[in-house]
Design a protein. Structure first.
Length: 138
């Protein structure tokens, strides 16, 4: 016969062990860069921001989770949570394209410089957010 007490103790331990293994796998999983992936869409910072500001639903359908190559002028360079974030000027008001760099050593960009970056579109939250970005070599 099956010992019910033993099953009730062992089952949660097995589940916790599986969750721990999964968490370690996700944590150690190699990080990917958009630089090695084919570009889905090429655009400029102003057009990308305006698409999201005008109709976010349509822009999500067009850009979300796609690899985007965007050209713009560096408006700000920030360091956040150990990552380099380049802000590309996109709108006269408040809009920018936030590009979280894959490799912090990948860019020696300066404010006011016109550059092209490639990254995965993660959506819109007052700025258009691109992740896993890399500078496109001209």
């Amino acid at each position: 016969m099956i010992n019910l007490k033993r099953v009730l103790v062992t089952l949660p331990l097995v589940i916790l062990l599986c969750l721990a293994i999964w968490a370690v796998y996700v944590y150690k999983k190699p990080h990917t860069s958009a630089s090695n992936k084919p570009t889905d869409i090429q655009t400029d910072a102003g057009s990308l921001f305006n698409d999201f500001a005008t109709n976010e639903t349509a822009a999500n359908a067009k850009y979300l989770d796609k690899i985007i190559e965007v050209t713009g002028t560096v408006d700000a360079i920030q360091h956040a949570n150990g990552a380099l974030v380049l802000m590309l000027h996109a709108s006269q008001l408040t809009g920018e394209i936030s590009c979280r760099m894959f490799d912090t050593a990948d860019s020696s960009s300066k404010k006011g410089e016109k550059i092209t970056l490639k990254g995965k579109c993660a959506g819109f939250l007052s700025d258009v957010n691109l992740v896993d970005c890399a500078r496109v070599k001209n």
